[in-house]
Design a protein around this ligand. Structure first.
Ligand SMILES: Nc1nc2c(ncn2[C@@H]2O[C@H](COP(=O)(O)OP(=O)(O)OP(=O)(O)O)[C@@H](O)[C@H]2O)c(=O)[nH]1
Ligand SMILES: [Mg+2]
Length: 253
């Protein structure tokens, strides 16, 4: 649907949504790096009442810098719900590009200019660890195995050509989020990322993968768990079976 027309400036104002839960030590540095890489971009911190005071820190940063905004939610409701709330906030305002980025330093803000360049002739620019030039730094073998295995399974089940379908560093044109009915996305964790990318592909939008260097968090605690992996397996299998049934005409789209 993108028609290879836009320059970076024509994409419009950029909002980087950063969900946080107990990221006090990571938030300051990541926002500083963001503004070093993209001085004009706005950051929206979506905090779920972090017990470590991340939300308060975000308020202080917002008071000192007009480019920083904060959305407070009262309880920890998962990364997916935080992003959906952030997207809703963005769509009520005049942002042309909405970016997903973790607070823990895994996603390098320095990669964002290339993501935006790629978005000039695509609808979703997906930061990818698994295309040539993409890398993973400091991941234990088992994490890479889960990620690669989950990605391969999802691609087979869904017939999607994207190489890093579980990736969570991505830039959307606002039209994509307007179209894919984000309020109905219930998936969390890994599965949330697969869900959004899959909906984008299914809606006929152009997805381009951009190589990134993904670095495992150095500070703070991971929220990765067995239940996150099980949720992804279950949902992806369900979507894959539905897609097959549609293909053979057993059910209607
Ligand atoms: N608002 C909000 N943010 C969350 C929640 N869970 C995770 N996050 C944030 O989402 C981002 C990604 O979460 P991570 O814990 O790094 O999950 P992960 O990247 O799958 O796993 P690790 O990198 O190994 O920790 C981080 O910025 C977290 O602070 C949540 O329930 N609410
Ligand atoms: Mg992380």
């Amino acid at each position: 649907m993108a028609d290879q027309r836009d320059s970076r400036a024509e994409l419009g104002q950029v909002l980087v949504v950063i969900p946080t839960y107990n990221e006090r030590e990571n938030l300051g540095p990541i926002v500083a790096r963001l503004h070093e890489a993209l001085p004009e971009a706005h950051a929206l911190v979506v905090d779920d009442g972090s017990p470590d005071g991340t939300g308060r820190l975000a308020d202080e940063m917002a008071a000192a810098d007009d480019r920083v905004r904060v959305l407070h939610r009262t309880e920890k409701a998962g990364l997916g719900a935080a992003y959906v709330a952030g997207f809703g906030w963005a769509l009520e305002r005049d942002y042309g590009v909405i970016v997903e980025m973790d607070a823990d330093g895994s996603h390098a803000p320095e990669d964002l200019p290339r993501l935006l360049d790629a978005l000039t002739d695509a609808d979703l620019a997906l930061g990818s660890r698994y295309v040539p030039g993409g890398r993973v730094v400091n991941w234990p073998k088992y994490r890479e195995l889960i990620s690669r295995g989950g990605g391969l399974y999802s691609r087979l089940a869904l017939g999607a050509k994207v190489r890093d379908i579980t990736g969570g560093f991505k830039a959307f044109r606002r039209e994509v989020l307007e179209k894919i009915n984000i309020q109905s996305v219930a998936s969390q964790g890994y599965c949330f990322q697969i869900d959004l990318t899959w909906r984008t592909i299914e809606a006929g939008f152009e997805v381009v993968e951009v190589p990134i260097t993904f670095t495992e968090r150095a500070v703070g605690q991971s929220k990765m768990s067995g239940s996150i992996v099980r949720e992804a397996l279950w949902r992806v299998t369900k979507w894959g079976v539905r897609r097959r049934l549609e293909q053979v005409g057993a059910i209607k789209r």
